[in-house]
Write a new protein. Structure first.
Length: 326
């Protein structure tokens, strides 16, 4: 049987099969692998013929793996993990001048990660890099599936997930309003006033949304949620359009700066002090490239902190008050 599979099954067929099981349908697998659906179906049929057993049962629009398919899926994961480790060791033998880095980050980290990745790539021009940007829930799913080398998040995952995390820079959450809002310039605005304003939140699954709602809940306040949007940029446009206030990372003002159309409000209890974390599954053997990027990121804290103070000078005053206990 092993010799038969070696002769009749290919790694490409196994790759297609693994993607279908992971995504639960043929369409997403074909999109991920840049293949047409007929090609995906043909590869799966050839693999099923080699196995001598059906691999999927169609249930409505989704596909359900058979018992044989589940066994094959576990074998595929072991095969791909072994090949990934081999690729990593070969890259290490070649040295830091070559290799690949796969980075996955939460949505708001797109204001931090590309700059870090770009600077690192300039230092190591032979490195291939990829960046996946998605919300927190999807980042955790990818981490559990070990789909990337490193992950950047705004908070540590739940305790039941075996992850090693390193805090590397501040990620303060602030209340934002249009520059012409009557609260702009007012000092120490009570949270009760913010709760009365229409609020624009990120979508469910966002870490920023969860942190924002916890602040109101702790103060026994119910915010007036006007709308939910899945993009920080869409939220900033909604703020400028006068649709409401929002709580976002200060990093989201990176391009327009403190003189843009969005202002930061001085609200009691803000900024919410959060950290950026770079993480990977516990026990994962990092490649030489991933180790180098991890070290580079951990050394970037002073630069990122200065950028934040440039975005909102008021942050420095709040930090001084916190340090003095005022």
């Amino acid at each position: 049987m092993p010799d038969y599979l070696i002769r009749h099954a290919t790694l490409r067929q196994l790759q297609v099969f693994e993607a279908i099981v992971r995504h639960g349908n043929f369409t997403r697998a074909s999109e991920e692998l840049f293949l047409t659906q007929p090609t995906v179906s043909m590869q799966v049929k050839k693999l099923a013929d080699a196995m001598g057993l059906p691999l999927f049962e169609h249930v409505g629009r989704s596909v359900k793996p058979t018992e044989a398919a589940l066994e094959l899926y576990e074998a595929c994961r072991e095969i791909f993990e072994t090949l990934a480790n081999l690729e990593m060791k070969i890259a290490d033998i070649k040295g830091i001048k070559r290799g690949r880095l796969r980075l996955c980050v939460v949505t708001t980290a797109k204001y931090v990660a590309p700059e870090l990745l770009g600077e690192f790539s300039q230092m190591h021009e032979g490195i291939e890099v990829s960046l996946k940007v998605t919300n927190r829930d999807r980042v955790i799913e990818r981490m559990q599936s070990n789909e990337d080398d490193l992950y950047i998040m705004g908070s540590t995952p739940a305790d039941d997930i075996q992850v090693e995390t390193h805090a590397f820079a501040p990620n303060p959450l602030v209340v934002m309003a249009p520059q012409n809002h009557p609260l702009v310039g007012r000092k120490q605005i009570p949270l009760e006033i913010i709760a009365e304003e229409p609020l624009i939140l990120r979508e469910p699954g966002s870490g920023i949304r969860d942190a924002s709602l916890r602040v109101f809940s702790a103060a026994k306040l119910r915010p007036r949620i006007r709308m939910e949007l899945g993009s920080n940029e869409a939220i900033k446009h909604a703020i400028v359009g006068g649709l409401g206030l929002s709580i976002l990372s200060l990093h989201t003002l990176a391009l327009e700066g403190s003189t843009g159309p969005v202002a930061v409000l001085d609200v009691e209890g803000f900024p919410i002090q959060r950290q950026w974390y770079i993480a990977h599954p516990r026990g994962k053997e990092l490649s030489l490239v991933a180790q180098a990027f991890l070290a580079f990121v951990l050394e970037s804290e002073p630069k990122i902190r200065k950028q934040l103070i440039d975005l909102w000078p008021g942050l420095m005053e709040i930090r001084k008050q916190a340090a003095s206990g005022g």
